[in-house]
Design a binder for this molecule. Structure first.
Ligand SMILES: *[C@@H]1O[C@H](CO)[C@@H](O)[C@H](O)[C@H]1NC(C)=O
Ligand SMILES: *[C@@H]1O[C@H](CO)[C@@H](O)[C@H](O)[C@H]1NC(C)=O
Ligand SMILES: *[C@@H]1O[C@H](CO)[C@@H](O)[C@H](O)[C@H]1NC(C)=O
Ligand SMILES: *[C@@H]1O[C@H](CO)[C@@H](O)[C@H](O)[C@H]1NC(C)=O
Ligand SMILES: *[C@@H]1O[C@H](CO)[C@@H](O)[C@H](O)[C@H]1NC(C)=O
Ligand SMILES: *[C@@H]1O[C@H](CO)[C@@H](O)[C@H](O)[C@H]1NC(C)=O
Ligand SMILES: *[C@@H]1O[C@H](CO)[C@@H](O)[C@H](O)[C@H]1NC(C)=O
Length: 395
């Protein structure tokens, strides 16, 4: 009897000890789901457990500004170095030329993170970035992406300017009548995503060998290709890939157009856009499928739960910054604060930005207020600010 009691006591103590040693990282008060990966949701893992070397290829018109803002904030919070363009390049690394390290400001070396616009150049980027850098990019469904580009770059891109009545249908009926492959800004009019990835925008999408080699090339370098239509799901996959916590992926949507300047696309237009941008369409379909495979390896319900947790945390943060779930959205031209006015390609394109309601934020600590400001700061201003602070640190 006594032996049995001692044995049971031994089993109980061993079990407790096992739990303490193996379960100690679980915050028992956190929602904990059976079979879901148990990364902590809240700050817990210290920085050296997180991946801090990240190259994000910022593609055009794909919610990539929101991603860039998130990476800038992560870098600032953790004193990391972000490679930034030399001043003469503005806020881009010599785009549309291929990226080279000559475009990188010397005060921003050696980098942990790189995210400003560039045309991808694997060899040059790998020479610049640490060996354990995680490569990420983002794609968006080509028809909505192209419609966005057509409006946004209308006065920038000669192929679009030539369309007399400015109609997308007219352009798509005979794209080769308006489009010239080698002229300035032609990349906004044909397979922009493929171009940003360093591929040949004018290569025929029917060349199966080229398409397969391109898909394989992108897949080999990029650990994650996010998909704009599933932005939150992509962020959850990213968080697991980088061992980041929930706070690291909080964001506000940036660089949006006013809803009433968006064109509704008929099924005919969707297929015309996809066939004109067939390389982009192949890339998108392939990497959308690949994202959903990655989501299922985490378990769709686990990802959905984290998406929900992300949205709740976002709402809480919005409330603390703006006392509303949505900060006041304004046309860029109406935004008085220079730090918050987004860049507009022309006065005819209505880009929306946010304004901090001064009286609401008076009460929060200056540190919290700074976070609120950074969350909605457009890329041009944020890039300038980071360059200043990193240059100070460099000296
Ligand atoms: C556990 O989570 C709660 C709620 O988020 C938090 O307040 C607490 O500090 C966490 N405890 C530990 C040990 O991380
Ligand atoms: C970042 O640097 C500042 C100033 O040098 C320091 O106060 C802060 O603790 C650092 N933060 C981290 C996360 O290392
Ligand atoms: C633009 O012009 C084309 C022919 O030149 C015509 O078919 C089309 O209906 C016009 N579209 C608009 C929106 O005016
Ligand atoms: C992306 O892939 C998923 C899963 O295969 C599919 O259900 C969805 O329709 C795709 N989305 C788009 C926009 O093509
Ligand atoms: C915040 O919002 C609530 C409800 O909408 C309102 O009652 C309150 O006065 C607001 N506070 C501030 C500081 O704006
Ligand atoms: C903040 O200022 C705006 C405009 O001046 C005003 O309408 C609003 O009531 C003010 N809110 C608070 C909480 O004082
Ligand atoms: C400011 O903070 C104090 C204390 O936290 C609170 O009582 C007060 O309602 C807040 N005022 C506004 C305008 O948010």
């Amino acid at each position: 009897m006594v032996q049995k009691k001692i044995f049971l006591l031994f089993v109980a103590v061993s079990t407790l000890s096992f739990l303490l040693h193996h379960g100690i990282r679980l915050n028992i008060t956190e929602p904990f789901y059976l079979n879901c990966p148990s990364l902590p949701l809240h700050p817990g893992p210290d920085l050296n457990l997180k991946h801090t070397n990240v190259a994000f290829l910022k593609t055009h018109k794909t919610a990539s500004s929101t991603m860039q803002n998130l990476l800038f904030r992560f870098a600032e919070r953790n004193n990391l170095t972000v490679a930034l363009p030399v001043q003469s390049c503005g806020h881009q690394f010599g785009y549309p030329q291929y990226f080279t390290s000559h475009f990188v400001h010397p005060h921003t070396l050696p980098p942990n993170i790189i995210t400003n616009h560039m045309r991808f150049n694997k060899a040059e980027l790998q020479r610049l970035m640490p060996a354990d850098t995680v490569y990420i990019t983002i794609l968006r469904e080509p028809s909505t992406m192209f419609e966005s580009s057509f409006t946004y770059y209308h006065h920038y891109c000669p192929a679009f300017q030539r369309v007399a009545n400015g109609s997308l249908e007219t352009f798509l009926a005979e794209p080769w009548r308006y489009y010239q492959p080698n002229e300035k800004n032609s990349m906004y009019a044909h397979n922009t995503l493929a171009f940003d990835l360093g591929l040949d925008k004018d290569h025929s999408g029917d060349d199966e060998q080229y398409v397969q080699a391109s898909l394989a090339g992108v897949e080999n370098v990029f650990s994650l290709v996010m998909i704009a239509e599933y932005f939150d799901e992509s962020l959850v996959v990213l968080r697991h890939l980088l061992s980041w916590d929930l706070n690291d992926i909080l964001y506000f949507k940036l660089n949006m157009r006013n809803e009433n300047v968006k064109t509704n696309l008929t099924p005919g237009l969707v297929s015309a856009i996809r066939s004109w941008n067939s390389l982009d369409a192949r890339l998108y379909d392939y990497f959308n499928a690949s994202l959903w495979r990655q989501i299922s390896t985490h378990g769709q319900t686990c990802v959905a739960r984290e998406v929900q947790a992300l949205r709740q945390a976002q709402e809480k943060l919005m409330k603390s910054c703006f006392n509303e779930t949505n900060p006041p959205l304004r046309s860029a031209s109406q935004i008085k604060n220079n730090n918050l006015r987004p860049w507009q390609p022309s006065s005819k394109v209505d880009i929306m930005g946010y304004e901090l309601p001064a009286n609401v934020t008076q009460n929060v600590s200056s540190k919290a207020q700074e976070l609120c400001l950074k969350l909605i700061m457009p890329e041009v201003q944020y890039t300038k600010l980071l360059l200043q602070s990193q240059s100070l640190r460099y000296r």
